[in-house]
Design a protein around this ligand. Structure first.
Ligand SMILES: *Cc1c(COP(=O)(O)O)cnc(C)c1O
Length: 486
């Protein structure tokens, strides 16, 4: 194992050599009040510049990212993020702006927020967007609070239930519970869509709304979406669109036209921002006209001359985050949408769907395909041979690491046993897709020939199998010096 940077520390060693400063400066003792100052020095590693650079470069090489290899993690849209977006987000005028500046001095930034609202509304068929939520799940919470406020404002106070299909992303029921709703689960039918009979039985005067992902987490487009919308609307409920997986539909069809009233998007997925590993997110929430008064504040406005931030919205659910959301992520998404244009965005969806269907057809003879339909941006396989070989989906996923691939999402959605959920995205070439398919097929063959080898994979990765439960239950998040620990 590589040494931790703390273990390389030598007292007095420094990572810089600069000429002595020849102007008078005022130090922290003047600028920072006594009560906030450290009583003793911070325990930082004392290392050379070489050590620092090698340390961080080594860490980056131990990590798998979209820039190092294929990353077909289903439901996460790990596509390549064009570097021009980074350049734009890093421009001085954006990076150095302060959130407390007056509107007059931040016209360009507010214009970005305003135009982003307009563009996302156009893309989804909504009327207005709030860019505040900082992630998909956060957008869900904000959207559900808007639904709650809408019903309450109409005096329709008995609507306390949210309907969620059994194929839903786990954040859906969690967000609904957090917004104070009770959750009713409806089953999927044999084609992987919402079971209409179940839905009809579930709706009623207590229905606040239905949360749906379309295409859903099986990568399937619900063919009955119009009928679903009618059933929920006729019962007085609203339709919430989990648009985290909009990669399959942008430029092709719009949730607003399918009958949805509220939408959240994951800018960090569909609109190309590096994410994963806790990276920044942005989950704007958009609504139809009747729900606009309840959106979080502030919203960006334009009177033909000046851009301004509007806080004076009496029916708003209030703020859901400090300031204006994750502005850096919004900027990257803005740059992405403007550089792609409408035709480019449509191509994104077409190629994402084409790539997924190509891979699905290459793999379906070698794994089980529980829902054998044309898929959208992703598809779900099942490794059904585990009872004969003793090899599990997890083992196959671990073995992929030996070949330099990030594994697909496994064991999700919950309605498919031994699931492998594969989302290739539009930014991968035919050659990469073929190499991945060949590798996965060869691992399935290896599982027949030498199951033990697959069960003990990975063999060539930086680490073998970690105790993931212990890592989650007893995380060690700070450096502990074993020698001096009390
Ligand atoms: C990723 C995802 C979410 C949650 O988004 P976060 O930004 O991780 O909070 C919700 N729904 C679906 C379908 C997703 O794929």
């Amino acid at each position: 194992m590589a040494k931790l940077i703390f273990e390389m520390s030598k007292p007095g060693r420094t990572a810089y050599s600069l000429p002595r400063c020849d102007v008078e400066t005022c130090g922290s003792d003047v600028l920072i009040p006594e009560k906030y100052r450290r009583k003793k020095d911070a325990e930082l590693p004392e290392v050379s510049e070489t050590d620092v650079i090698r340390h961080f470069t080594e860490l980056s090489r131990m990590n798998h990212g979209v820039d190092t290899g294929f990353y077909p993690l289903g439901s996460c849209t790990m596509k390549y993020n064009p570097k021009v977006n980074e350049d734009i987000a890093g421009m001085d005028g954006f990076r150095a702006v302060h959130p407390l500046q007056d509107d007059e001095t931040a016209q360009g930034c507010i214009r970005i927020l305003y135009e982003m609202d307009r563009m996302l509304s156009e893309i989804t068929g909504m009327d207005r967007f709030s860019l505040q939520p900082a992630a998909g799940a956060h957008g869900e919470l904000a959207g559900l609070l808007v639904i709650r406020a809408y019903h309450a404002h109409r005096g329709d106070t008995g609507r306390n239930k949210i309907i969620v299909p059994d194929s839903a992303h786990g954040t859906n029921p969690a967000s609904a519970a957090m917004a104070g709703f009770e959750i009713i689960e409806v089953k999927s039918d044999e084609r992987g869509g919402v079971d209409l009979e179940e839905l009809k039985a579930a709706v009623g005067p207590d229905t606040a709304g239905l949360m749906l992902t379309n295409p859903n987490t099986l990568g399937l487009f619900d063919e009955n979406i119009k009928e679903i919308a009618d059933i929920v609307h006729d019962a007085g409920g609203l339709l919430y669109y989990d648009g985290a997986n909009a990669n399959a539909i942008i430029g092709v069809c719009r949730p607003g036209d399918m009958g949805f009233d509220v939408v959240h998007l994951n800018l960090h997925k569909t609109f190309s921002t590096p994410h994963g590993g806790g990276g920044p997110g942005s989950g704007p929430v958009g609504v139809k006209k009747e729900l606009e008064p309840f959106l979080p504040v502030p919203l960006a406005e334009y009177d033909g001359k000046q851009y301004r931030l509007d806080y004076d919205r009496p029916l708003s659910i209030g703020r859901v985050r400090s300031f204006y959301g994750n502005f850096g992520v919004i900027l990257r998404a803005y740059a992405y949408i403007r550089t792609m244009g409408p035709d480019g965005l449509r191509k994104v969806a077409e190629n994402a769907v084409l790539n997924a269907n190509y891979l699905m057809h290459r793999l379906k003879g070698h794994f089980d395909l529980p829902y054998d339909r044309t898929c959208m941006h992703e598809f779900v396989l099942s490794y059904g041979r585990h009872k004969e070989t003793g090899v599990r989906t997890l083992d196959i996923a671990k073995m992929l690491l030996d070949y330099g691939f990030h594994p697909p999402t496994v064991y999700f959605p919950l309605i498919v046993s031994e699931a492998l959920m594969i989302e290739p995205t539009e930014t991968e070439s035919l050659e990469t897709l073929d190499l991945f398919a060949d590798t996965l097929i060869s691992i399935a063959d290896e599982a027949e020939r030498d199951p033990e080898k697959v069960r003990t994979a990975p063999h060539r990765a930086y680490t073998s199998r970690l105790d993931e439960v212990r890592a989650a239950r007893n995380p060690v998040l700070v450096y502990v010096d074993e020698d001096t620990a009390e």
